[in-house]
Design a protein around this ligand. Sequence first.
Ligand code: EAX
Length: 327
Amino acid sequence: MFHYRTITRAFVVALAASAASGALAQTTLNFGHTTAQGSHYSVGVQAFADTLSELSDGKFEVREQAAGALGGERDLIEGLQIGSVELVISSTGPLGNFVPETLVLDLPFLFKDYASARSVLDGEIGDELLEKINENGLVALAWAENGFRHVTNSQHPIETPEDLADLKLRTMENAVHMEAFTAAGAAPTPMAFPEVFAALQQGVIDGQENPIPVITSSNMWEVQDYLTLTGHVYSPGIILASPSLWDTLSDEEKGWFEEAADAAVTANRAKVEEDEASGVDMLREKGMEVVEEVDTDAFREAVRPAYDTFIAEHGEEMLTRIQEAQE
Ligand code: EAX
């Protein structure tokens, strides 16, 4: 009798343990990006993680891989394709190499301001471009935000495009951006973001360009003395998932991921706004000299050849639609 009860008890304990481990069965998903922990992307990843964990009752947990831990943005997109990373938030920098239709978004001075960029990306045009990404072997969950880009450098204040002439300027690995800076007279050096800080520190390059949330979160003041508020191009963010993850999900689960992506975008854009409001003052306090009065028309004129090249290669239709959507 005693023996029997002992066995039963052991059996019940074993059953309870296996039920508990069943409830805890988790899938951990790596979410990669190139900016620092705490950045505008990072708060998006955290909001995504919280929302997904809650909706899935802990089934899906997200592990943030910040600061290029899994490589630059091109590596991350390739990682999605081969299934070595499940989720990514990236600029559109390298995306045009995978989905040429998205290159239009990288044209300088295309978007008037944050409100028009967001309304185009959240509307019909943005949806169409997400669809193009989905047709090219990736899963696009939502447009997020990187921000309007500004130029920093270690040599001298930049007030006009002529001041770019002697600078080795890092650009993203993006044909439209390189074309624009070539036209403006700089010597563009394409490079993945995780290499930029060290390259600036070692003097391999003199300058770079990025939105305020990236400049502040990457301690750029330590290696750059001058910031010019050129706002020369709006840089969208994009939240992507790997097809190999997506194909395993039920429709209900896909809905959770989409909801999590919406929460990420809300948190990400709120952080961009916060950084825009306080970042320039902060950078000045850190010792950067800031040129706020910029001859925008001169910069617009200087990069115009990038439009001709773009139109020759990709046509004018989407470009015109984006311009008209902002009228
Ligand atoms: O997406 O490569 C870049 O300059 C990007 O703006 C940055 O990594 C955030």
